[in-house]
Design a protein around this ligand. Structure first.
Ligand SMILES: NC(=O)c1ccc[n+]([C@@H]2O[C@H](COP(=O)([O-])OP(=O)(O)OC[C@H]3O[C@@H](n4cnc5c(N)ncnc54)[C@H](O)[C@@H]3O)[C@@H](O)[C@H]2O)c1
Ligand SMILES: [Zn+2]
Length: 348
């Protein structure tokens, strides 16, 4: 088992290894003297791992669980209300513990519920998708979607611990596994060229653990530097500006998040190579790795559509577009453009 510490305020441990969920009770024991533990999960993960997590607490602690339907549509106000009602029925107090057991949907929703119920109850993340293990479970961004957009309501609320049990990844479908690979490729592109080559061996169990640990080390470094996402954390958005536009054009139904990110990384790097800002040959390497991970590298979307969707994004500060570009694999920089400059960049 690897243990990392995320140096936020307060700091918290991330455990990475095998057979962890069977030991959830003992791994969270030092976080407090809980009378109750409430586990939130979705209907897919419930069947696979819920009982193991509940059993790990033995008889000393009262456990309860609530199951939401799987999928992004559960990351909504109605589910949030159901969690508040459930925590109230269970008579949760601020000295009890909430556990998010599942992918990023369960993690984001539960994190937001934990941050707001009774003005904050401790929570632990047990991410069970590759994307949630390398990305969403660490960093303290919690959110729900509202009709006006995805992740528009949320908070920064760090978990008290994160348990990444690699064994849980064995039940993921190939598509959901590939989705997480896109985020891993992103970390390698922006931060670590040696990780990039390692990804080709991701189907080796030991290498997978090494890769997840390395991604979390990178996320830990970036998050510790910029907990509230006002500067450096932006580099984690490599591939996301154009990727998000792709997801949005197809109404979040044709391309998954990881597929959008893969297309976005390739598109933005093709453009920055053209503009002479990125070492020649970089986009070819990214495209080859994405394809090896069964991720798409292109789709039907015009420059006008990309421009319009990106400029509508409420997150663009002061009407400037912040693009994350690579100097080469393993090294990135923030490139700020006005709308006019962004249009020229797209249409070079
Ligand atoms: N908070 C952050 O920093 C952050 C970062 C990136 C993404 N996100 C959010 O994460 C969400 C996407 O997360 P996701 O990709 O994990 O999706 P998800 O939670 O919808 O999980 C994908 C599917 O996999 C199933 N599943 C989960 N674990 C499984 C397992 N071990 N075996 C079999 N099936 C399993 C789920 O039931 C679901 O159907 C989005 O809402 C996104 O906005 C948040
Ligand atoms: Zn992402």
């Amino acid at each position: 088992m690897h243990t990392l510490t995320i140096q936020t305020k307060p700091a918290y441990p991330v455990y990475i290894g095998s057979d962890l969920i069977r030991n959830t009770g003992s791994l969270v024991q030092n976080l407090g003297d809980f009378e109750r533990v409430c586990v939130v999960t979705d209907d897919n993960v419930e069947k696979l791992y819920l009982q193991t997590v509940l059993d790990s607490f033995g008889e000393k602690v009262q456990t309860a669980s609530i199951v939401i339907p799987h999928g992004e549509q559960s990351k909504c106000l109605a589910s949030l209300g159901k969690l508040y009602d459930f925590f109230s029925e269970q008579k949760m107090t601020r000295s009890d513990l909430i556990i998010a057991l599942g992918g990023g949907v369960v993690g984001d929703l539960t994190g937001f519920a934990a941050s707001s119920f009774l003005r904050g109850v401790k929570y632990v993340q047990i991410p069970t998708t590759l994307l949630a293990q390398v990305d969403s479970s660490v960093g303290g961004k919690t959110a729900i979607d509202i009709p006006a957009g995805k992740n528009l309501v949320g908070s920064f609320y760090q978990p008290s611990a994160v348990l990444c049990d690699i064994d849980t990844l064995s039940t993921l479908s190939d598509t959901i596994f590939s989705d997480g690979c896109a985020e891993i490729i992103k970390y390698a592109c922006i931060y670590d060229a040696s990780l990039f080559d390692l990804i080709y061996q991701i189907h080796d169990r030991d290498i997978l653990e090494k890769i997840i640990t390395r991604c979390l080390e990178i996320k830990a470094e970036v998050v510790a530097e910029d907990e509230k996402d006002t500067g450096l954390r932006m580099i984690l958005n490599f591939g996301h500006t154009l990727g998000h536009a792709v997801e949005k054009k197809y109404h979040f139904s044709t391309y998954t998040h990881g597929q959008g990110v893969a297309i976005g990384m390739v598109k933005i790097t093709k453009l920055s190579e053209k503009a002479g800002l990125t070492a020649p040959g970089t986009v070819k390497k990214i495209a080859e790795l994405c394809q090896a991970m069964k991720l798409p590298i292109d789709c039907e979307i015009s420059n006008e559509e990309l421009f319009d969707i990106c400029c509508l994004d409420k997150k663009n500060l002061h009407h400037m577009i912040h693009l994350i570009l690579l100097k080469e694999i393993g090294s990135c920089f923030i490139h700020k453009l006005s709308r006019e400059e962004f249009s020229d960049f797209l249409n070079q």
